[in-house]
Structure formats: structure tokens, C-alpha cells
Write a protein that binds this ligand. Structure first.
Ligand code: NAD
Length: 251
């Protein structure tokens, strides 16, 4: 088995902010050429510029992962520039509120980003990685894929359960090809997404005090470390795994 360094292209969806930004920075620091793909082009450009100013190679990509054709094209273009060793499916949106109020349009939008977007980005990367016989895909799930969110978030929770199962089934199918598929399931991490959900009734401090055994809300770097591990050759025999990173929340 080859143990040389993985091909150093890394494509991070939702890479402009929050957890995705932390992942982009961690992969850039280990020497990957990082494609910061985000529907917010200005924020993607700002993140890439900051990483370049720190001496790393980062390139912004404007992409809404709900658009399958655009996702195919963006991943193909990135892979043609620098063959991708890593895809991180991080882009995700939340929807909070009682299930009786969810509209079909809201339902479809969350599925389109959090599940369909993950599936077709994975498909696009697999099409390029499989012929090379190597590559690593890391999906960002959630502890909400194991247990219900504390605020009602039925559609979000079901997408994260779906991401877990997609990770399992894609890993099984792709294992003989040399392409690994894993997931990271964050607990509560301090980002705009969490603050938006918490603003719905509970403060982050309240969540921290009552639910997180380690006593503090996670930071994007905590998730980035798990992604860096799973997408490195150190984890070459790990596939189909969902690594929970939650300060003990699920214990
Ligand atoms: N923050 C948490 O506590 C937490 C916990 C568990 C799981 N997660 C998951 O981690 C991931 C990142 O969450 P975050 O808290 O950093 O969110 P965030 O809202 O802070 O950042 C998300 C980023 O993704 C981008 N994005 C959103 N929709 C997109 C789309 N359709 N196409 C491309 N880019 C898009 C946004 O522009 C933003 O830059 C999500 O999948 C989320 O479900 C977060």
C-alpha cells in the first residue's frame, strides 16, 4: 500500500465561515491547496485571502451546493487545477420551529442543501477519486443525527441522520476502490448557525451549563482536528465511521 502524502487538493463546502472556515484553515496549514467553496462569494474570497496572507494556498469558489450542475462543474474545475485528495461536505443550514409549521418549500430547501447537496458533491468527487484509487470524503453530520435537537428541528435532524447513513453506505461501496468516506458529528460549536438557533430561546451559556459535560461550547478548530485526522493517511484504515466531537454531550 502506498503511504506517500495524499494528493494535496482539498475542497471544503461552506468553507467561508464557522466550522468550514476552521476546516479550511487546518487543511491549508497541513499543506493542502484549499478550495474555499461557499454560496457567499465575498466571504469565500475574504477567507481565502486571509489564508494566502498567512502563507497558504487557498482559492475561493462561489457555489450553492443545492445546484447539482454547479457542484459538478466546480468540483471538476478544482480537480483539474489540483487533483483533489479531500472533499469536506460541510455546508449546511438549520431550520428551527415546530414540525406542524414546516412548509414544503422549507422542507425542500433544507434537504437540498444538507442531504442532496452532500450526496451530489460526494458523487462528483468520487467520480474523480475512484479512477485514481485514492481520496477521502468527510461529511459533517451532527449529534442531531443520533438524538433529537434540544430545540425542535425535525427536518435538520433527519438530514443529519441521512448524512450518517450516506457515510456508511458510500464507505461500504467505495472501500474496494481506495476512496474512504467518514463523517464528523459535532455537538454544539460556537458559530453563527448555533447563535441563530440559540437566539430562538436558549442562550449558548445555558446550553453549555446544562448539557455539555466538558463545560464549554466547542470551537471550529475542535471539529477541524477531527476532519484533518480522518482525511489524512494516518486514518488510512478508517472508513464508514462517524466521529462524535461533542465535549461529552452524547455520553
Ligand atoms: N455549529 C454547530 O453547533 C453545529 C453542530 C453540528 C453540526 N453542524 C454542522 O456543521 C456545518 C457548518 O455549520 P456552521 O455552524 O459552521 O454554520 P455557519 O452558518 O456558521 O456557516 C455555514 C457556511 O456554509 C455556507 N453555506 C450555507 N449554505 C450553503 C450552500 N447551499 N452552498 C454553499 N455554502 C453554503 C454559509 O454561507 C456559511 O459560510 C453544517 O453542516 C452544520 O449543520 C454545526
Amino acid at each position: 500500500m502506498s503511504t506517500d502524502r495524499p494528493t494535496p487538493g482539498a475542497f471544503v463546502t461552506g468553507g467561508a465561515r464557522g466550522i468550514g472556515r476552521g476546516i479550511a484553515a487546518a487543511l491549508a496549514r497541513r499543506g493542502d491547496v484549499v478550495f474555499v467553496a461557499d454560496r457567499d462569494g465575498e466571504a469565500a474570497a475574504a477567507t481565502a485571502t486571509e489564508l494566502v496572507a498567512e502563507g497558504y494556498d487557498a482559492r475561493p469558489v462561489v457555489l450553492d451546493v443545492a445546484d447539482v450542475d454547479a457542484t459538478d462543474a466546480a468540483i471538476a474545475a478544482a480537480d483539474a487545477e489540483v487533483p483533489l485528495g479531500t472533499l469536506v461536505n460541510n455546508a449546511g443550514i438549520a431550520l428551527t420551529g415546530p414540525l406542524v409549521d414546516v412548509t414544503p418549500d422549507e422542507f425542500d430547501r433544507v434537504i437540498a442543501v444538507n442531504l442532496r447537496g452532500v450526496y451530489f458533491a460526494l458523487r462528483a468527487a468520487a467520480r474523480r477519486m475512484v479512477p485514481r484509487g485514492r481520496g477521502s470524503i468527510v461529511n459533517i453530520a451532527s449529534t442531531s443525527g443520533f438524538t433529537a435537537s434540544t430545540s425542535p428541528m425535525t427536518v435538520y435532524d433527519l438530514t443529519k441522520g441521512g448524512v450518517r447513513m450516506l457515510t456508511t453506505t458510500a464507505a461500504r461501496e467505495l472501500a474496494p476502490t481506495g476512496v474512504r468516506v467518514n463523517a464528523v458529528a459535532p455537538g454544539t460549536v460556537d458559530t453563527e448557525l448555533t447563535r441563530a438557533v440559540a437566539a430562538d430561546g436558549r442562550s449558548l451559556d445555558e446550553l453549555m451549563a446544562t448539557r455539555i459535560p466538558m463545560g464549554y461550547v466547542g470551537q471550529p478548530e475542535d471539529i477541524a482536528g477531527a476532519v484533518a485526522y480522518l482525511s489524512s493517511d494516518v486514518a488510512r484504515y478508517v472508513t464508514g465511521h462517524t466521529l462524535v466531537v461533542d465535549g461529552g454531550w452524547l455520553t
